[in-house]
Design a protein. Sequence first.
Length: 460
Amino acid sequence: MQKGYGQYCPIAKWAEIFAERWTPLIIRNLHVGAHTFGEIAAGCPRISTTLLVQRLQGLERAGVIERRPNGGGRGSLYYLTPAGQELVDVALQLGNWGARWLELAPEDYDPFVVLWAWKMHVSLERLPQARIVIGFDLRDRPRLHELWDEVIASQQWSEGNMTRRFEAAWSAWNGLGAVVFSGWAGAALAALEFAGVSGETVLVPSNTFMATPLAVLHAGGRVAFVDCNREDLCMSFADFERAVHEHRPRAAMLVHIGGHIAFDSDRIAELCRAEGIFLIEDCAHAHGAGWARDGGATRRPGTWGDAGVWSFYATKTISAGEGGMLVSRHDDLLEFARAFRNYGKPDYVQTGLNFRLSEFTAALGLVQVERMEEIVAWKNAVARERLDPRYDARLRLPDGMVSGLYKYIVFEPVERSTGKVYDQPCHRILGHPDHLPNTDWVASGHWCVPLYYRPAPVTP
Ligand SMILES: Cc1ncc(COP(=O)(O)O)c(C=O)c1O
């Protein structure tokens, strides 16, 4: 900050603070949403660290900006004070004046700054999620084309070798027999039908996607909603136990919300076994998740219950665009599911419709499974190194649990949240009068930090 030069006119005083190289740009950067030192520096590409420190200190002394602690993260966050906010109008007016009266030479244009400005103005939560979250790695393009050539050569475009290979790959990862479906719903209906839920009650968490209760209703079951825990957003054992005694259900759906495994899975599965309740795990979010305890083997989602049902829909961590998978340790259920996805063929002793997956999509699923470990490791590395230090109020996993990080969940508002996992509990959507306080709390009290797989660049 320059020393005063003996002027008392407010314009002179203002100029002492503002009319310095970089200072208006720092104010602009703060105005467009840069708050960390790094973000502010990125919008002033040639400023030295020392000079930026000096400018920020000067602006803080002048009461134009304030520093706030960065949650659990490193460094501080910088915000405009009310006085600083008023300076934004001045800066924008200066910009208008410059655009109108100054001529820019080609060397004045800096593509880096243009890209930075675009990035700062993009409102991530308004981008269509389906477009930006597919973790397809372009390095897999040749492999996918090779597999598609195989499909074409095989002249079998459904229920062929690729379907079996996708099932085998999933089964190897999941540790259970697997049957491919065209989507989650077919797999869920097969499991519910096998469980015989028609006319019976099925316990379902309210904090889930509507697919979960709708599948039960479609299978002719009655839905009774269960509350969740605030810690993991998944079904609460305490409320599950209450609901078991109240409703005497035929089956239950346990949803692994957000990419980790429901913390109460052990106790819920144990009670289901003891009470003869058929347990279906909705694993639609949980690709890549695992839980290894006391040095034991890693246990995968879907292995607690009688069946696990997966989705490979376009937004999932591992996606084939569309697709589903049923996993189970019961051979009779696997056999039932294979017939169910194909109208009950060959003998039609059971119901079913067309839930087959095309061989081309199965090839895509296979490629994605082969890349899954890397995608999940990448997301976990970014979460540990970059996000955890910034978000102290985050969802915390028990020892030995790895999340596939479908969502990175925090319990504090974040500026660029991708939105909630679910902001409307299913019991409210369906007009059930249940009192589920944790579910209501979760619906309003969590946010998701964007965390999408960015594959390594393709080298020619
Ligand atoms: C928890 C949950 N269950 C079920 C589904 C349904 O999966 P699909 O879209 O493959 O039918 C989804 C999402 O798509 C989901 O998030």
